[in-house]
Design a protein around this ligand. Structure first.
Ligand code: PEP
Ligand code: MG
Length: 565
């Protein structure tokens, strides 16, 4: 029997798994001696792009939209002459094909990784994956087969996005990699497949040598090689507890939530077509946040009106309750390739969200046209991100009226389009009373409201502790929004990640928020938890808000008044 080894990585996709272990070792790939290596690369590149495109299509057809988007981005990169030109340059200076390929890939990767923009920096991983695909293609080698017979836990130095997209969740119980971060493409795909994963576990491949079994917790990042009986019992308990909570939450499926007798709408956050299907399956009360960026990012041309109309219409037809479409929130960590935007020192404090619309008004008009047309098929609302003051909303309202008039002239079928704002900038929360007359609803984006209130970049790995939406400073702004919106009878929702946390969701309901929008898998849990709370929670929350100096103190002060699964 092997000795137990406990390791700690970063949880990247929640869930618990234990079972036999498969270690993926990097094979040494030998490149053949081509007479004309430069021509071989030129010939191989379009084939690599075509193969990535085909895998993107098949991932999308399987409902794996995130994987499809990543592979599509890699196909675009393979179509771009950048990598082939760099390899050519190194071949001309006398390097062998293998060295030229490696050097070109390393240089491009380093160049992208050094960019201050985290979104572009994340593209550096795509360069390495495209270079690996090219190398395997030139060598005539198939990528490692990850379809093993017995359901197992996979350990590897790294997995490409393409490999992750191809994983069969029936066979791969979970995986652990040495590289990657919790927001990497691989982590995002693992979450969409429901496969538990731990990343950034340095040296795990060597450590796993000779081990027969493993257990992992994709939430806490724990990974145990050759678990002993205590570990097995511990992991079985964790899995049981998760299953029990899921069973309890399932009792709320299709119900309407309430707090102290007042209805609480629990809608879904969606980012693509399969999320819409998940939201419908979860019986969510409509869509509280349709992040439309997925239609705009990772592509070289903007989405057409028809493409957007099809996506928004599918959502409008899927639900009886309103679908809130957020106008494109490009900028910050989400630049779009096709927009000619200037480099910025502080992109999160720069031209982002609504601040882009005047400059790129045609793009905005196209989106509004698609929204107005989709509103003919069900209740649709338009939501504006990054609003700091009412003048921005006035500009949007005038523009929407102009677009509407043009559609009426054309005889197009359109519907009503109520206009709301995201509360992400503290100034808007503090002036919500005055702004209420000019908007139809408010939706608090706690992800950004926390970042801007605590002045802590939400993507900064070292500032994780400051990203606490239960910090009383953030909650005071939520309360100010509710207080400001109430006299005009405006709805206030929360659509940031915190709405899917049972503790925070209960706090928001106690503060008077009337709608929570969460990832589809959390709809039942949030309906069940919020409805369970007693009205006394409100008094406790308000008292804690007055006394607590940080999120930890606030939690401590309300904990024994909360009813949690
Ligand atoms: C938010 O800021 O809370 C939000 C929902 O928007 P995003 O996370 O897309 O910026
Ligand atoms: Mg935001």
């Amino acid at each position: 029997m092997n000795a137990r080894v406990g390791l700690q990585g970063i949880g990247a996709s929640p869930g618990v798994a234990h079972g036999p272990l498969v270690v993926l070792r990097d094979e040494v790939v030998e490149l053949p001696a081509f007479d004309y290596p430069s021509a071989a690369v030129a010939e191989a590149m379009p084939e690599v792009a075509a193969s990535l495109n085909a895998r993107a299509t098949s991932a999308t057809e399987r409902g794996q939209d995130e994987a499809g988007q990543v592979l599509q981005a890699q196909a675009l990169m393979a179509e771009d002459p950048m990598l082939a030109d760099a390899i050519d340059g190194h071949l001309s200076s006398g390097l062998s094909l293998a060295d030229a390929l490696q050097t070109a890939s390393d240089e491009l990767e380093a160049m992208l990784a050094s960019l201050p923009d985290p979104y572009l920096a994340a593209r550096s991983a795509d360069v390495a994956e495209v270079a690996t695909a090219l190398k395997l293609h030139l060598a005539g080698v198939e990528a490692s087969d990850l379809s093993f017979d017995e359901p197992s836990i996979l350990v590897a130095v790294t997995l490409t996005a393409a490999q992750t997209a191809d994983l069969d969740p029936e066979r791969v119980l979970g995986f652990v990699t040495e590289q990657g971060g919790p927001t990497s493409h691989v982590a995002i795909i693992a979450r969409s497949l429901g496969v538990p994963a731990v990343v950034a576990l340095d040296g795990v491949v060597a450590a796993a040598d000779g081990a027969a079994a493993a257990a992992l917790d994709g939430g806490s990042g724990e990974f145990i090689l050759d678990p002993n009986d205590d570990d097995k019992a511990d992991f079985a308990t964790r899995a049981e507890r998760a299953a029990k909570i899921a069973e309890w939450a399932a009792g709320a499926h299709g119900t309407k939530a309430s707090f102290d007798g007042a209805p609480i709408t629990v809608a879904s956050n969606v980012g693509n077509v399969s999320d819409i299907e998940d939201g419908v399956a979860a019986a969510a009360d409509g869509v509280g946040l349709f992040r439309t960026e997925f239609l705009f990012l990772d592509r070289s041309t903007p989405p057409t009106e028809e493409e957007q109309y099809a996506a928004y219409r599918a959502a409008a037809e899927g639900f009886e309750d309103p679908v809130v479409i957020r106008a494109f929130d490009i900028g910050g960590d989400k630049p779009a390739e096709f927009l000619d935007m200037d480099e910025e020192e502080n992109p999160f404090l720069g031209i982002r969200g609504v601040r882009l619309y005047e400059q790129f008004s045609e793009l905005f008009d196209t989106q509004v046209r698609a929204c107005l047309r989709s509103a003919a098929h069900g209740p649709v609302q338009l939501m504006i991100p990054m609003v700091a003051s009412a003048s921005e909303v006035r500009w949007v309202r005038t523009r929407v009226a102009e677009v509407r008039a043009a559609l009426v002239d054309e005889g197009a079928e359109i519907g009503d389009l109520p206009l709301g704002v995201m509360v992400e900038v503290p100034s808007l929360a503090l002036t919500s009373g005055a702004v209420a007359a000019e908007v139809d609803f408010f939706s608090i984006g706690t992800n950004d409201l926390t970042q801007y209130t605590l002045a802590a970049d939400r993507t900064h790995a070292a500032l994780g502790a400051l990203q606490d939406p239960l910090h009383p400073g953030v909650l005071a702004l939520c309360r100010a929004t509710v207080t400001g919106a109430a006299p005009a009878g405006r709805s206030v929702s929360v659509c940031g990640l915190a709405a899917a946390d049972p503790v925070a969701a209960s706090v928001f309901a106690a503060l008077g928020v009337d709608k929570l929008s969460v990832t589809p898998s959390a709809v039942n849990l949030i309906k069940a938890t919020v409805s369970e709370q007693k009205p006394e929670l409100r008094t406790r929350v308000l008292a804690a808000l007055a006394e607590a100096t940080d999120g930890a103190e606030f939690r401590e002060m309300i904990l024994d008044e909360l009813i949690l699964p």
